[in-house]
Write a protein of this length. Structure first.
Length: 200
């Protein structure tokens, strides 16, 4: 993606976190420099971008779906680095495999604040899948503010700003774990290498 006018397309020496074609070649094995680069990519091309949209809006009213969609997709992106090879589950209804669900839910269970972890399955199905594929929420509720996630009469309710704060915390928790866990390091390096190979 190239969407910043200030980026000289021919400048091959520069690294722009939001532009994968400028990402450096992956190292042969994980190192601290690679971890720092991932931190920069996640912070500048995910967290800062979403936060800018939130901060620019006087209210989340009539912006909630767009902000929620970006957070839910960003979880998808980071989870693909954390758990590259999570087991695929075959849908009992349609028979298709779900490569995203296992890693998405595992990411929430391992890296999100504790109050979100027990809702990982429902966040994936009722928020991520519903907003991504149907644009609306049918079996869950989203509020525009900083309300913590709760279950009220069987329905999950979360505040969008609180959800974003929880996502930011999860990214930082993931990056700490990345620095010390060789399995996650291998997964992140594989994902980065695969993406870098496709970048134009």
């Amino acid at each position: 993606m190239k969407y910043c006018d200030a980026v000289p397309i021919t400048d091959e020496q520069s690294f722009y976190p939001w532009q994968p074609s400028t990402w450096p070649a992956p190292p042969l094995e994980y190192n601290q420099e690679f971890g720092s680069m991932l931190r920069k990519i996640f912070h500048e091309s995910l967290l800062f971008e979403i936060e800018n949209v939130i901060n620019d809006a006087p209210t989340m009213e009539h912006r909630g779906h767009v902000v929620a969609l970006s957070i839910l997709c960003a979880i998808d992106a980071v989870s693909s680095y954390a758990f590259q090879r999570s087991n695929s589950v075959r849908c009992l209804t349609c028979g298709r495999t779900d490569k995203v669900g296992p890693r998405y839910k595992k990411y929430i269970q391992e890296f999100f604040p504790k109050e979100y972890q027990k809702f990982s399955d429902r966040i994936y199905h009722l928020y991520r899948n519903s907003i991504t594929h149907s644009w609306n929420l049918f079996e869950a509720t989203m509020l525009p503010g900083d309300q913590p996630i709760v279950e009220l009469n069987g329905t999950i309710v979360l505040g969008l700003r609180h959800f974003f704060s929880a996502f930011k915390e999860s990214v930082n928790t993931f990056l700490v774990k990345l620095a010390e866990d060789s399995t996650i390091q291998a997964s992140a390096l594989k994902r980065y290498s695969d993406l870098k190979r496709t970048a134009r």
